[in-house]
Design a protein around this ligand. Structure first.
Ligand code: ATP
Length: 249
């Protein structure tokens, strides 16, 4: 398998505070890679650095061997990097379908209307509820439906890599299952590469191929997801009543 994204020695600082202190990781094409870590570990900062939303102090991020620092953030989506931030941000005064159309804005000039429609139909097939509600204002959707729309809006641009920041946060258990079902489907059927930041460590490792444990800005452990599930450190800190465990796990 080929390496899609590689990060070497990434340092990101907010003023004097270093949120990432020399992070290196690799993502193989078609893999789901989970990043686990406690609050404030630097997970969101890692995703923001990849999508160009925070400046890099040191280090290099490459997509298929190409240094991404030469692109401004608004060009990274065109390169195939799609970031779905935490908090289900949708345009609430636009309809579901208009939100999806905005998602394909970056690739519009390189695709035929038929190709764009095909991508949208694929998202409607993944999330039938969005098809039913295509003419409804996004602000009237439930929290879970808005999360589906946020993911769908990312998918219509056919990204090379999807960066998902805590997609299940704050959702009812049944919707958490639905979101994970879809992530699995995207992975298995379409082989979309996914970098998944999740507070739900058990579910994330159940889905991922590989995982990284981020603690106070440093990778302290990385391995195949199946091996991480058996790691004493991961079990104690993230899976079984350790001090970092959240009520929802
Ligand atoms: P959470 O799970 O709580 O979202 P996280 O692992 O995503 O946490 P980050 O949001 O990346 O962590 O934050 C990493 C560190 O950087 C934290 O100490 C945080 O307080 C700090 N930080 C994040 N954003 C900023 C900012 N805009 N200005 C200053 N410090 C920041």
């Amino acid at each position: 398998m080929a390496t899609l994204l590689s990060i070497e020695n990434l340092v990101v600082a907010y003023g004097a505070v270093e949120a990432l202190k020399g992070v290196s990781l690799e993502i193989q094409e078609g893999d789901v890679v989970a990043v686990l870590g406690a609050n404030g570990a630097g997970k969101t900062t890692l995703l923001k650095a990849i999508s160009g939303l925070v400046p890099i102090k040191e280090g290099v991020i490459k997509l298929k061997g190409e240094d991404l620092s030469k692109y401004p953030a608004f060009r990274l989506a065109e390169q195939g990097i799609m970031h779905i931030p935490e908090g289900r941000r949708v345009f609430s005064t636009l309809t579901v379908e208009e939100n999806l159309d905005l998602g394909s804005w970056g690739i519009r000039k390189n695709r035929t209307p038929q190709e764009l429609q095909k991508n949208k139909d694929w998202v409607f097939a993944l999330f039938p509820i969005l098809k039913d509600r295509r003419r409804q204002f996004a602000g009237t959707l439930s929290g879970g439906e808005q999360q589906m729309l946020a993911i769908g809006r990312g998918l219509v641009s056919q990204p090379k890599i999807l960066l998902l920041d805590e997609p299940s946060l704050g959702l009812a258990p049944i919707l958490v299952l639905e979101i994970f079902r879809v992530i699995r489907q995207i992975h298995e059927e379409e082989k979309v590469t996914i970098l998944l930041v999740e507070q739900n460590a058990r579910k994330a490792l159940g889905l991922a191929d590989y995982g990284y444990i981020l603690e106070t800005g440093k990778i302290v452990l990385h391995d195949a997801a199946a091996a991480l599930k058996e790691s004493e450190h991961v079990k104690a800190a993230y899976l079984g009543g350790g001090r970092f465990q959240r009520a929802s796990q």
